[in-house]
Every structure is written in C-alpha cells, then in structure tokens.
Design a binder for this molecule. Structure first.
Ligand code: SF4
Length: 278
C-alpha cells in the first residue's frame, strides 16, 4: 500500500487551477492558431487572430484566458493500492481554494437561489473512480458558465437511433449560436442512464482534438457529425465561418432497452483542462 500525503493533492490541484487558466492545452492552442488561415471571411479571420492574441497574452501576463475562470470539475482515479494520508475530498477543495485565491482567479460558485458567492470557488464538482494500481490521476477542467448553460440531456426514444442523435445535436448547436463562445468543442455521451450520459459527455471533452476513437464506428460518427456541425456556418463567436466546432467526441455505453440517453456537453474555445498523476 502506497501512501500519498493530502498536502501533495492540495498542491497539485492548486497548481492545475492556476496553470489551466493561463495555458490552453497544446491541441486546442494549435487549432486556434491555425484557425485564421482556414477561414475565408475577413470577420472570421479577425476573430481567430484575436483569439490567438488572447492566448499569447494569457501566457505572457498574469491575466487569465477568460474573465470566467470556471467552476472546477475534477475526475479523480484512485488506485486501490493507495492510501491518502488525510481527507481526499477536503484536500481537493483546499487545492481549488488556494488556486483560485492565490492565482487571483474569479470565484464563480454561488448559492443557486440567493446567488451569494461561496467566496472561494468551492465546492468543486468531483467524480471518483476506483482503478487498479497505486497511483492517483487527477484531471481538472475549469468549466465556464456560458458553454455549460448550452448543454442538454435528452432521453430519446430507442427507435430514434443515430439519426435522432444527429438531429438533436445539430439543433442544440444551432440554437446555442454565439452563446457558448464558439469555436466550440462538443462532448457527447450516449447510453447508460440520465446522469451517466452527462458524465460521459463531460469525459468526452477531456479527450484531445486529434484523438481518434478506438471504435471505428464511433470514429466515423464523430467525423460525420463534426462535418455537419461545421456546415451550420455559425463560425467563430457566431459571426459566420467554417469553424463552428473544433472537435466532437463521443463516449458510449450500453443502456436500458427502453431508453436512449443522450447528453451534449458544450465547451467554449477557452477549453481549459489539465491532468496530473501522483
Ligand atoms: S463560455 Fe468560455 S469563453 Fe465564453 S465567457 Fe464563459 S468561459 Fe469565457
């Protein structure tokens, strides 16, 4: 049994909160940097130029990529041969508290009705998984409100099939227009139950842009649907263009014979996530 001190978890989460809000993952960074050359319209080109400039500024200054520094969402895989010397959930929340405090990042967590801010961006949204081994893997996403608000879960009729999934996703993106700050990244969860499909959709957003689905059928479906989304012409910041979405990833699992759960989780161009293994 390996022991990991809770203070190590606190430090890792703190550092990820600060780093993720200033440095975009290399894959998304490349898409934004390459975006200008792929557009025809001067407006779309200019939006990509400004987004690329914003990335450079965030890297060089103490300013975050966006004023909305997000709610902290974490996927934590805990090896069954690991003992945490302390309370893991408290350590993660302390890391978020320190990261958002010491990093001067906006605190966005509030009471749903009174709207009173919790003051330190906690509690974080934490999903745990127990896995073999003696390591702890922590993935953190700083999830902005604008894109999250455009996300949906839909319990489709089983007969809706792939055509029903495509129709729902295209309608969702079309209705979202500029609200999720495109170019967006789309995570799709299919199957499981109501809540499990939503978790799968969020997990899909953790995948890299150039990651190819190991299931050839799902890989083809991802390519097909991304192409259809980009034919909508919404473009960067909703001002028209070829690139409405930079990626579309599907995670799928079996479901009840009477159901076809579908979740669409939308991420904005300011896609901020990090991963660490302890
Ligand atoms: S949706 Fe993303 S880019 Fe838009 S304001 Fe929120 S965090 Fe910022």
């Amino acid at each position: 049994m390996r022991t990991i001190a809770a203070t190590e978890i606190v430090k890792a989460v703190r550092d990820m909160c600060i780093h993720a809000n200033h440095f975009q993952p290399a894959d998304v960074r490349k898409c934004i940097k390459d975006g200008e050359a792929k557009e025809d319209s001067p407006t779309a080109k200019e939006v990509f130029r400004q987004l690329a400039e914003n990335i450079d500024l965030a890297e060089k200054t103490a300013l975050p990529l966006c004023q909305d520094t997000g709610l902290a969402v974490l996927f934590v895989s805990v090896g069954q041969d690991v003992h945490i010397d302390g309370n893991l959930t408290e350590a993660i929340n302390e890391g978020v508290r320190k990261g958002y405090g010491e990093g001067f990042l906006r605190k966005s967590a509030c009471h749903p009705f009174t709207r009173k801010n919790t003051g330190d961006n906690t509690p974080a949204v934490i999903h745990y998984d127990i896995v073999p081994g003696d390591k702890v893997r922590i993935s953190l996403m700083a999830k902005g409100g604008g894109a999250e608000n455009m996300s949906r879960v839909m319990m489709l009729a089983p007969a809706a099939g792939w055509e029903g999934v495509k129709e729902f996703v295209l309608k969702r993106v079309a209705e979202s227009r500029s609200n999720p700050c495109p170019p967006i990244l789309i995570g799709i969860g299919i199957g499981g139950t109501f809540e499990h499909s939503a978790k799968l959709a969020k997990l899909a957003l953790m995948r890299k842009v150039d990651d190819v689905n190991p299931d050839p059928d799902l890989a083809a479906k991802e390519t097909e649907l991304l192409g259809l989304v980009n034919k909508l012409g919404i473009g960067p910041m909703g001002l028209g263009g070829k690139q409405t979405a930079l990626s579309l990833k599907i995670e799928m699992t079996p479901c009840h014979i009477a159901s076809l759960p579908l979740a669409v989780n939308i991420q904005c161009h300011s896609s901020r996530h990090e991963e660490v293994e302890l």
